[in-house]
Design a protein around this ligand. Sequence first.
Ligand SMILES: [Zn+2]
Length: 387
Amino acid sequence: MKTVLRCGRLITGVHDEVLENAEITIVDGKISSVRAGSPEAGKAGAGADVDVHDFSSFTVMPGIIDGHDHLGLDMGDEAAQAREHLCYTAIKGVKNAEQLLRSGITTLRVAGERDFLDKIWRGAIDEGLMLGPRLIICGQPICRTGGHGWYLGIEADGVDAVRKAVRTQIKAGVDQVKFIITGGMSTVGSNPLASEYTREEIVAAIEEAHRANRRITGHAHGGDGLEWAVEAGLDSIEHGMLLTEDELKMIAEKGSFLVVNTGVTKAAVKTPGIPYSDRLKGIAENYVENLRIARKYNVKLAIGGDTYHGHVADELSTFIEAGFSSLEAIRIATVNGAELCGLSDVTGSIEAGKLADIIVIDGNPLDNVEDMRNVVAVMKEGQMVRN
Ligand SMILES: [Zn+2]
């Protein structure tokens, strides 16, 4: 089966300029060709076995890659949600997965869930039982006893226990390992700048994940724990809400990814009843400053909704505020996300040979990122979902 998308404006993720009146041809879920404004464009629709979609008055771009969200957690009291009946959390995840896909997210890295629910959702999406993005899963976050996220994670203390926890996660089938390095904003009494683990435990976790050829990502806001982890080769840092300029420089030099969650920091302070909203006051503003510095040092960045599901415009607008161009912001949410997930060969941009992960926007997000709210159609691996 061949599908043709006629695009008014095409952002490929690889070209620096927008392609006008382009045409994408898709065969068996993969992009077979991209042609820009050629006299041939528009003619490829001929033939009975070709499914033609006319998006000539819209912007077409790569599907968004969210580097950090949780299907079983909504913005709010996370410890309380972790006590819900597992079936209830599973159903919530089904709803959130569909919402994320419809908002334009075609790949999601799930950054920690209870009881390997993410493995169940990954399988159910692949089997077509539910709608959702392609999932890269991290299983249960590894945390110290009583540390940040203990209600959700697997508790492990001491070098041997940490090694065993990493092995347990890999045995269960995770794509990446999630490790809670510093305290967190959403756990009562937790200090986001204090390391929850010793240097030896941190080094052991990273070594153990890499020995099994898995990437390891660390929840860390800054301070000693973060620095030990980056030094030891941590692949990515989650949040980094309180980083210093020296730490950002170090992250850039070591080539770790920084996954930022700017949407939730803006939303949580404005939403009544969020238990940690006081702790997030000023964080959104701090993010703008730190993103400015991150841009200066060329830190590899990705976005993550982190319980504020699928509000891509809210993530991208912070990058614009920090001085990124709209194309740079879009690349962070697509090309960079693919690299973070280890999927650069298959998704993140619109070019021949990649999976057809494509979204259609009413408007032009290069002129105004707010247009990212107007997603009219989403294609994941060649399957079309219209809003
Ligand atoms: Zn999270």
